[in-house]
Write a new protein. Structure first.
Length: 235
């Protein structure tokens, strides 16, 4: 939980330092193109959490909002990939497993950690790694091959999204502060996504989303957020 909170705060920091405009997506190979023939993509369970921003600036997670958002995001992801002509492989846990497979849960957490590192070292020039130069050669490692064997997919799409909404008390504070000429921020939508080659574990495409508006609790705005997050997805 502490790591997930740190990742969220990191996304906000990246937005503050680099502006709120959508950044150009990153490609492992700038000349990379979709392989010929059918492309099979498994969409990993989206790591989504929605919260209410209190007057005091605390984020209170909302389970009901989060559940609805996960459903809307999952549907939007599938529709977006299908519109690109990709074959969406339904995510399923191994036979005999529970609702969540521990190995897959760890894989999602690994993606969160690697995504956080990419945010620091690729989107904040001051923290760029001299040893990497301009290369984008990040990976989740060979551990993803279990997913490839189980699903038969060529690629996996990982998504991390956080959304927050100002409470009535926060809104009142924002209005009062605005009268005094003081800016008090409200909720914000942040996230990142990766397309991972399941044969190698390499991240072939990465993008981040920072939006001062938006709402994942309803289908159409959620679909718009997914569209913005998956911009320049090379499929």
């Amino acid at each position: 939980m502490k790591h997930r909170r740190w990742t969220w705060l990191l996304l906000l920091l990246v937005g503050l330092l680099s502006g709120c405009a959508q950044s150009t997506a990153l490609l492992r190979d700038k000349s990379w193109q979709r392989p010929p023939g059918p492309v099979r993509v498994v969409v990993m369970p989206p790591d989504v959490q929605l919260s209410e921003l209190t007057a005091g600036g605390l984020l209170e997670p909302k389970a009901d909002w989060t559940e609805r958002a996960r459903e809307h995001v999952a549907v939007a992801l599938e529709q977006h990939l299908q519109a690109k002509g990709a074959t969406v492989v339904p995510y399923q846990t191994p036979p005999g497993g529970g609702e969540e497979d521990p190995a897959d849960v760890q894989l999602v957490k690994l993606h969160d950690a690697v995504g956080g590192a990419i945010l620091v070292h690729k989107y904040l020039p001051v923290f760029a790694l001299p040893s990497k130069g301009d290369r984008f050669d990040w990976t989740l490692g060979r551990g993803v091959d279990q997913l490839q064997v189980r699903t038969g997919a060529d690629y996996a799409l990982f998504v991390f999204l956080r959304d927050s909404y100002a409470s009535s008390g926060r809104v009142a504070l924002m209005v009062g502060a605005a009268i005094l000429g003081i800016g008090v921020p409200g909720g914000r939508q942040v996230g990142f996504a990766s397309l991972v080659d399941l044969r190698t574990g390499d991240i072939v495409w990465f993008n981040r989303l920072i939006n001062p508006a938006g709402d994942l609790r309803t289908p159409e705005p959620a679909a718009k957020a997914v569209e913005n997050l998956l911009v320049q997805l090379p499929l």
